[in-house]
Design a protein around this ligand. Structure first.
Ligand SMILES: Cc1ncc(COP(=O)(O)O)c(C=O)c1O
Length: 477
């Protein structure tokens, strides 16, 4: 008897065949990208053309997976996407995921345990506790600390600020709504999601107390007191200070110890947005950059950045486990029973999300089964590479370094004698656009103090100084 469409969709043999064909394709993809033999990191296509391509593809495909359309879909997806495993991928902060973590992604997707309550994800809940405990320990927290995993740094920062508000504001803003103007202190170089989180929380522009940076792009802690006192004088109830570790555009870490001391003196919640560089806690050579995070009330670390995992997974670690129980004091009686014991195993009580992805599988696989030494190796290698790339730039008269890199984020620009700043900005924007369209390398751009810079984040564990030398030659107009 012929299978119905639904039966075919769930057919075990069919699934295994498809999976094998995808595995073959991914194996070849890894060969060609990791070795750098594939010519391009991305085949640039204009948005309208890309849209049309996929509309046409759907129109022509065999429906119901009866023909080769699924394999064609895989093949086309590969050729129409950016290749993070290519050593000439030196652009954004999304990592080249360790291939075994794509298997845990598949496992999690098929099992689809929603995790909001314990029985909807027993294993991933236990794994989450193990890995967050381990991260807390590496940060330097004690036994009272706890953590959770959530979908992305943006959501984790929002959750941390909600936790901060419940802990430090003089009334219950979650239940009563805002009764006065609240404010957070944050560097002008912080990731825009902090600004967004504050606005979601109803703080408005007036609640974002922007602290200037020094000439080295770290928060100017000398200016901190002035900004704080001005806000207080205006009647703003300041409840949190956010540090960046590092900030996104420049890769510069804020002086966390000084920030921690300030927060302590004024009774503020100290939150460290270490979405990018929190993994430095694993690096023997670079853990000094995270010094002070052990005094923070909360720290955010992205798994899909410097922890080699696929998108989207973030750890939010907090010093006092009880703070996590108070963030969302609302009731959802069908899910959440009131209890006096610390039911760490009912995740929805502490996370913004109800249903969430089983991403603890990736963390456990890498941290507990593979071994945390791999993060020391990775972070140290990439941060060292940032420093050596800076030396290459400084040795080349056609390029100028934006600032000394502290991490694997390097900002630089093409320079030419007798050229105005305006013209240099235009030239560098053109260089970036040409690189994007050529597709041999992928890098990004940023503005620092009105100057247009090219920006590399050295995420790929196979990028070498030779690739970066070639990049400079490639960019020269
Ligand atoms: C410092 C910092 N915080 C937060 C984020 C946002 O994280 P996500 O993209 O995981 O939401 C980023 C992303 O680049 C970042 O660099």
């Amino acid at each position: 008897m012929e299978q119905t469409r639904l039966e075919r969709l769930y057919d075990r043999e069919c699934f295994q065949e498809q999976a094998q064909s995808l595995l073959e394709l991914l194996g070849t993809h890894l060969d060609q990208t990791q070795s750098g033999t594939q010519e391009k990191v991305l085949n640039w296509n204009k948005p309208e053309n890309e849209l049309q391509f996929w509309k046409d593809f759907a129109r022509q495909a065999d429906k119901g997976f009866t023909g080769s359309s699924l394999t064609d879909f895989f093949v086309n997806t590969l050729s129409h996407t950016i290749h993070t495993h290519h050593p000439r991928y030196v652009g954004h902060q999304v990592t080249s995921p360790a291939p075994p973590t794509t298997l845990t992604a598949m496992l999690g997707a098929l099992l689809n345990n929603g995790m909001a309550i314990y029985e909807m994800g027993m294993a991933p809940t236990a794994l989450e506790r193990i890995v967050t405990d381990r991260l807390c320990e590496k940060i330097g927290y004690d036994q009272n600390s706890r953590g959770l995993l959530t979908s992305g740094g943006t959501l984790a920062n929002l959750t941390a600020l909600l936790m901060a508000r419940q802990s430090r504001v003089s009334y219950d803003a979650w239940q009563e709504g805002l009764q006065n103007q609240l404010g957070i202190l944050v560097s002008e170089e912080a990731h825009y999601c902090v600004d967004r989180a504050a606005k979601i929380m109803g703080l408005g522009e007036a609640g974002i107390l922007s602290v200037p940076v020094t000439k080295d792009y770290a928060m100017d802690t000398n200016a901190l007191k002035e900004v704080y006192q001005k806000a207080k004088a205006e009647g703003i109830e300041v409840f949190a200070l956010v540090g960046s570790a590092p900030s996104t555009a420049t890769g510069v870490y804020d002086p966390l110890e000084e920030q921690a001391a300030f927060a302590k003196e004024y009774g503020l919640w100290f939150h460290v947005d270490a979405a990018h560089g929190g993994a430095a806690i694993f690096s023997e050579d670079y853990k000094y950059l995270m010094k002070g995070a052990e005094q923070a009330d909360s720290v955010v670390i992205d798994g899909h950045k410097m922890m080699l995992m696929p998108t989207l997974t973030t750890a939010l670690l907090y010093k006092n486990g009880q703070d996590g129980q108070q963030t969302f004091s609302q009731k959802a009686s069908y899910l959440l029973e009131d209890t006096t014991e610390e039911d760490w195993y009912n995740g929805a009580k502490r996370t913004f999300e109800c249903t969430k992805t089983m991403t603890s599988l990736h963390w456990y696989l890498l941290m507990e089964l593979y071994g945390i030494e791999v993060f020391d190796e990775y972070v140290t290698r990439q941060y060292d590479l940032g420093r050596s790339f800076a030396e290459q730039i400084q040795a080349d008269p056609d390029f100028e370094l934006g600032l000394q890199p502290q991490s694997n984020i390097v900002c630089f620009r093409y320079v030419k004698e007798d050229t105005t700043e305006e013209e240099l900005n235009r030239l560098n924007a053109q260089i970036r656009q040409k690189a994007l369209e050529t597709g041999r390398f992928y890098l990004v751009q940023t503005r620092l103090k009105e100057k247009q810079f090219l920006r590399c984040t050295l995420m790929n564990p196979f990028t070498t100084p030779e690739h970066l030398q070639e990049l400079l030659a490639h960019l020269r107009p």
